[in-house]
Design a protein around this ligand. Structure first.
Ligand SMILES: Cc1cc2nc3c(=O)[nH]c(=O)nc-3n(C[C@H](O)[C@H](O)[C@H](O)COP(=O)(O)OP(=O)(O)OC[C@H]3O[C@@H](n4cnc5c(N)ncnc54)[C@H](O)[C@@H]3O)c2cc1C
Ligand code: SF4
Length: 589
């Protein structure tokens, strides 16, 4: 009997791999979610010989052909690319608050009516902006590709400062796994040998612009700080069958060349090539099936997004990669007599301590000169200034807050006709001016570390969505440490711009909502014991040896670096651990 959802399946992956799941044997492994971390779990499990089922709640997406706005000009778009305001206000009133949301990317962001969550009212300091992409590939299609390792000091900070839960792993243990994933992903960047920002396995770096080189030299000389090109999961040379970047610019619409890393361009095709992969999209995982006698999860309960049919799938090991809040919802929605408050919640900490990187403040200024210098193409990358505050080995870096921040941003020319609105002049003279390249503008755009606070949390409400799944409530916001840090994030940016001779320096400090950095993490934190966290040093739920959580939920602290590379490294390590455990017969159910 054909599966009811075959009618909806258009994906090449699915055409090749879909089996009649209702009559198939149990799988060796189930991966919940096909985004950044789920793609890695699938690749590693399949390459290690496990028959693996990936369950994705959203629609199928075909790499390339489904990047429907990739090469669209404004005049080919409805409303000249300005977006359908009424539709957005009706269905994407939350997602559209995310900075990268626009008419060209709106189809990657969820519908806020269908995928509702409760939070504090608009403008309230506890309002949370939970930005999601529910489709094959998840947010790996939408991401900004900035890729940085955490440093030894990041893994040590909680224990050293007595803040939050100590990490049960050290940098040295993760270091080989960073290298392992980087060699596959392809990270372009510059090796610097910094203690606060370990180097990756780099492809050649992209070039800085002239004013960026100038600022780099000035801030190195004046402050002893480093400015480098962003470390990005974007290819600068051919790599494992993917083409290099041609600097066209609008990456978040999708990249048919596969020049940036995503599940669709990279990990899922690798998994597919093994013949061990089955992908089922439109499959919303409702909860886990737990067998008390065996003390194992035996599978998952799924609601078909389209038909609303309930189906169960079975496997020896389950990986949760539904994104931090998504995986935590699944754990919370699995209540058993032994775990009445949800799996992995013996500590009572499940859902607590949501972290993100706070931003939306900084400084901008015009860099005079460099009139004869032009940027090369639309470089899909910016600068990075690694953390320079509160470095454990440098007492002169101490501030009145803990941890620190790194700057992104960079210098570009203010080109285009739009700038004419703010320029003096009229008529021919104004038009002639607008045809010339504009001034160089340098933006200092910092991302700051957030600590884990119990009152930044999620929980499940009694209300259910159309698939019978409880709607989460998510609340939280900035506290004193982050607010103090923001003052420094602005002031230090101004100081560096002034030193670089910038003119017309402006600062900005806009209201930030928790999770708006789209790096939400920490709701099933890693810890030494079930009393202090949810997963163990191998990403296994403490009480359940065949259940792994390897998306951002496991993060015990946030660092200030963009986190996805760390999720990838821990995922590859966790799969290795699971497969070794299976070989020893420890996971069979
Ligand atoms: C615009 C933007 C810019 C970003 N820039 C960066 C950056 O520069 N650097 C960086 O490190 N990070 C960046 N991020 C964050 C990055 O995308 C995430 O950290 C990363 O995708 C998280 O991986 P994940 O596997 O946890 O979740 P996702 O990639 O979100 O994947 C989760 C998947 O699980 C599926 N799912 C959810 N619930 C269920 C369920 N119940 N059943 C089945 N499937 C389910 C979802 O549909 C989704 O496909 C950015 C994100 C966005 C949106
Ligand atoms: S700028 Fe590079 S990575 Fe981005 S879409 Fe263009 S080719 Fe792809």
């Amino acid at each position: 009997m054909p599966h009811p959802r075959d009618a909806h399946s258009t994906s090449l992956i699915e055409k090749i791999c879909t089996v009649n799941v209702q009559t198939s044997e149990p799988f060796d492994a189930i991966v919940v979610g096909s985004g950044m971390s789920g793609g890695w779990a699938a690749k590693e499990l399949c390459e290690k010989g496990l028959k693996t089922l990936v369950l994705e709640r959203g629609r199928s997406v075909e790499h390339g052909t489904d990047y429907i706005t990739e090469h669209k000009a404004p005049w080919e778009m409805p409303f000249r690319g300005r977006g359908d305001r009424q539709a957005v206000e009706a269905r994407q009133f939350r997602q559209s608050k995310a900075g990268p949301f626009n008419a060209y990317t709106a189809h990657w962001y969820v519908d806020d009516v269908d995928h509702a969550y409760e939070t504090a009212p608009d403008g309230d300091p506890n309002e949370v902006l939970w930005v999601r992409g529910y489709h094959l590939g998840g947010r790996s299609i939408m991401w900004g590709r900035q890729s940085y390792r955490l440093a030894p000091m990041d893994f040590e900070a909680n224990a050293r400062e007595g803040i939050g839960t100590p990490w049960p792993v050290a940098y040295d243990e993760i270091e080989p796994w960073y290298s392992y994933v980087e060699r596959f992903v392809g990270i372009s960047g510059e090796a610097l040998g910094l203690r606060q920002l370990p180097d990756s396995e780099f492809l050649p770096a992209m070039a800085l612009t002239g004013p960026e080189e100038h600022c780099r030299d000035v801030i190195a000389e004046r402050f002893g700080r480093t400015l480098t090109i962003g470390r990005a999961a974007i290819l600068t040379q051919p790599h494992l069958g993917r083409g290099p970047c041609h600097y066209c610019g609008p990456c978040d619409r999708g990249c048919t060349a596969g020049a940036y890393f995503s599940s669709l361009s990279s990990t899922l095709p690798a998994a597919q090539a093994t013949g061990n992969l089955t992908v089922r999209s439109d499959s919303i995982v409702h909860s886990l099936i737990y067998d008390e006698e065996q003390d194992r999860v035996t599978g998952v309960r799924v609601i078909d997004q389209v038909t609303k049919e309930a189906i169960e799938f079975y496997a020896n090991v389950v990986f949760l990669n539904a994104s931090a809040l998504g995986s935590t919802s699944i754990l919370m929605n699995t209540k058993t007599p032994r775990f009445p408050d949800g799996l992995g919640n013996q500590s009572g900490l499940l859902g607590k301590g949501i972290m993100d990187h706070h931003f939306k403040c900084g400084a901008v200024g015009d860099i005079p000169g460099f009139d004869d210098v032009a940027p090369y193409g639309n470089r899909p990358n910016g600068i990075y200034i690694p953390r320079f505050t509160n470095l454990p080995w440098d007492s002169s870096s101490r501030r009145d807050f803990v941890r620190g921040f790194g700057y992104q941003g960079g210098a570009g020319r203010r080109n285009g006709w739009g700038r004419g609105a703010g320029m003096p002049g009229v008529g021919v003279a104004l038009k002639e001016n607008l045809q010339k390249p504009g001034a160089w503008e340098f933006v200092m755009f910092p991302f700051g570390e957030m600590l884990a606070y119990d009152d930044n949390y999620m929980e499940l409400t009694d209300e259910v969505d159309q698939w019978g799944i409880p709607i989460p409530r998510v609340v939280g916001g900035l506290k004193e440490n982050e607010l103090k840090m923001r003052e420094a994030m602005i002031a230090d940016g101004v100081e560096m711009l002034e030193a670089a001779g910038a003119e017309n320096i402006r600062t900005f400090d806009q209201p930030y909502r928790l999770a708006e950095g789209i790096h939400e993490m920490g709701t099933a934190r890693m810890s030494d014991s079930p009393e202090t966290g949810c997963v163990d040093r191998w990403n296994r739920v403490h009480e359940i040896p065949n259940l792994y959580v390897t998306d951002g939920a496991f993060m015990t602290s946030a660092g200030c670096q963009n986190p996805s590379l760390t999720y990838m490294a821990f995922t590859a390590r966790a799969v290795d651990h699971a497969v070794e455990s299976m070989k020893r017969g420890e996971l069979r159910v």
